[in-house]
Design a protein around this ligand. Sequence first.
Ligand SMILES: [Zn+2]
Length: 338
Amino acid sequence: MKHGLLTFVLCLLCALPAQAVKFSHTEETYSLAKSRFLVPTLLYKNEITYCIATPAQTPTSPTADQLDILVQAALREWTHGIAVRIRAAGREEEMADILKILDKPLRLIRLSSCNLTSHPQFLAVHPSYNPAGLSSDLTVILSSDYCAKVLGSVNSFFAFEYKNAAPFMCLTQNYANPLRAPAPQDYFPAASDPQKRELLKQTDQIFAQAAAGTYDTDVQDQLWQINRMFAWDGPTYFSVLVHEMGHAFGLGDEYLKDRPQEYASPAPGQGIMLRLYNPISCDEIDGMITLLDRFSGVQRTFASFCSNKTVIQNGKALPVSETIQQQVKKQLLHPAAR
Ligand SMILES: [Zn+2]
C-alpha cells in the first residue's frame, strides 16, 4: 500500500480471505533502494543492529527487555531457523551457498536508544519521549497510539519509507506476550496434555535459547508449540515480530490479492506471511532463497520447498516440463558455487 511519501505494509489482523495467495517479494523491493531491506545486511555484514522504543509502556505490555528476546528469536528464526528447515528437508548440499549465509554467526546488537528524530508525528504523540538516539538496521516501536496516528487505524505495520525516517516497525499493544510469566490459573486451551503443560513451564528457557543458544529442530518445534499455546485468543508479539520482520527482509503479505507475479511461488505455503498463527513455512523458505539470490545476482533453478512439482527459476515459478526437471536434477547434482 502506498500513500504519498508513506510506503508501508499494513498488518491486517482481521478476517483473512479464504483463498490464499502466493508469497511474493513485496512491491517495495521493485521501487526502493536495496539498502532499505535487511537482505543486504545479511549478505554482506556480520551484524544486525536494532533498537526498541517503548514510549507507551503499560503494566500489561511487554517490557523492552522482553521484546529484546523476542526480536532476537525472530531474527534467528529468519536466519538459523530457515537453515534448520533446509537441512530438515535433506537439501544441505544443494543449498550449501545459502546455508553459508544463513548460518554465519551474525551478531545481533541492540542499541541503547532509537533515533526517532525523523519520524513524523512521533513527538506529537509522545512529547515527553527523548527521540535522540543511534541509527540502526531495524527500529521497533511499541505504541498503539503512534501506529494509529500514522495509519489512521490501530494496526501494526512495517514502514519501508516514511519521509526521512529509517525503516521501522510499529507494534500495537494488543497481543499475547509469551514472556509474561503466566499464573498457575491462567487458561491455555491448547495445553491439552501434561507434555504441553510441561513445555509451557520452559517458555522463558526456550525463547532464551532461540535468541542466543543452539538453534535446532527441537528448539524450533518447541518455540512454535509454545507460541501457539499463547496464541489461542489472538496473535502473540513473537508472531507479529516474525511477520513484520519478513517484510523487513523483503517479503510481501500473502493475504493481499494482486501481488506482483514475478518472484512469487505458485502455491501458498500457509506460513506466517499469510496468517499470524502459523510458523514460517516452506513458502517463506522459497521466499528467503529467492530474495538472497535476487539481491546478490545469483541465478538458480530449484524445486520449491512446498512441492517438488514446482520449479523456481531465477525467482520465477515455471510450468514443470521435462527440460526443467532435467535442469533441476543437474542443479541438485552440481550446486552453484557462490
Ligand atoms: Zn504484513
